[in-house]
Design a protein around this ligand. Structure first.
Ligand code: G1P
Length: 291
């Protein structure tokens, strides 16, 4: 069965970024001049998935507006001859075929995914979390979908992290099934470094069979009192084989202020229009500090 739909849970409070996220969604924080959520959406569009189901909440209207047409802005850009910007703005609004589903209570990531059940229906689907941007993200989504087509089971993307940072992530135990194909044996949400069964962290990209909805319905609140997607995956492991996909490229975390800042700097240093001036600026800041 082919994969046509993706779910993007974007209803979280963004507490790690307060007060910036009091009235603005965390997903709209910019990496220089592009909101984080646009990177994730582009991943899907480039991978050929256009039916995007956003699980939203209160204060998330700006995400809907971002992917909608803005006629007065288009008129202004046309009149002022800013064709480049006009092209970009139009491209964003024609990019997606969105469905917005409201998560009425913020009961956790697992609950958010379950909220999308009626919109997804009885078919496999992809989930992407807005915290992490992947280099070659579209390629990873394609590879995960290929794995799903080959093996027929859910596929969870993992990446290696430093052992002291495992407590920020869901962590998986994997076992080789055949040459280079790994199955997931166990998962645990945000273990302490001492408890962590490995340093393979869940990166926030998943392909699920619709059975995940059944296991989500019987998932009790876990870490932080929230219904965790990781706990539903643990229940899924009792019913079906679940496969591991290892992300070997660069992973940019934007989930905490310091990780976000590092990601912004790294993107800026790679961008031709700003990198030279920024490098000079950073060097001058350091040399003044060393005086
Ligand atoms: C969520 C998931 C976690 C995953 C992480 C990736 O946690 O619950 O399993 O490793 O995303 O970013 P959050 O960062 O929303 O707390």
């Amino acid at each position: 069965m082919s994969i046509r739909k993706a779910v993007l849970p974007v209803a979280g409070w963004g507490t790690r970024f307060l007060p910036a996220t009091k009235a603005m969604p965390k997903e709209m924080l910019p990496i220089i001049d592009k909101p984080i959520i646009q990177f994730i959406v582009e991943e899907f569009i480039d991978a050929g998935i256009e039916n995007l189901i956003f699980v939203t909440g209160k204060h998330k209207k700006s995400i809907e507006n971002h992917f909608d047409v803005n006629e007065s802005l288009e008129k202004h850009l046309t009149e002022s001859g800013k064709d480049d910007l006009l092209y970009q703005i139009r491209r964003i609004s024609h990019m997606v075929n969105p469905i917005y589903v409201r998560q009425k209570e913020q009961l956790g990531l697992g609950h958010a995914v379950l909220t999308a059940e009626a919109a997804v229906g009885n078919e496999p689907f992809v989930v992407a979390l807005g915290d992490i941007i992947l280099e070659n993200g579209e390629g990873h989504i394609r590879n995960m979908i290929d794995m799903f087509s080959r093996f027929g089971g859910s596929v969870i993307a993992l990446f290696e992290v430093e052992p002291e940072t495992v407590s920020k992530y869901g962590v998986a135990v994997v076992k080789e099934k055949e040459n280079g194909v790994f199955k997931i044996e166990d998962v645990v949400e945000k273990p302490s470094p001492e408890e962590a069964p490995s340093n393979l962290a869940i990166v926030g990209r998943y392909v699920f069979t619709p059975s995940i909805f059944d296991t989500l319905k019987s998932t009790k609140p876990g870490k932080g009192g929230e219904v965790q997607l990781t706990d539903a995956i643990k229940l899924l492991l009792e019913r079906e084989e679940v496969y591991a996909y290892k992300v070997d490229g660069k992973v940019y975390d934007t989930g905490t202020p310091i990780d976000y800042l590092k990601t912004v700097v790294e993107f800026a240093l790679r961008r031709e229009d700003v990198s030279e001036e920024l490098t000079g600026f950073i060097q001058s800041v350091f040399s003044k500090q060393n005086l």
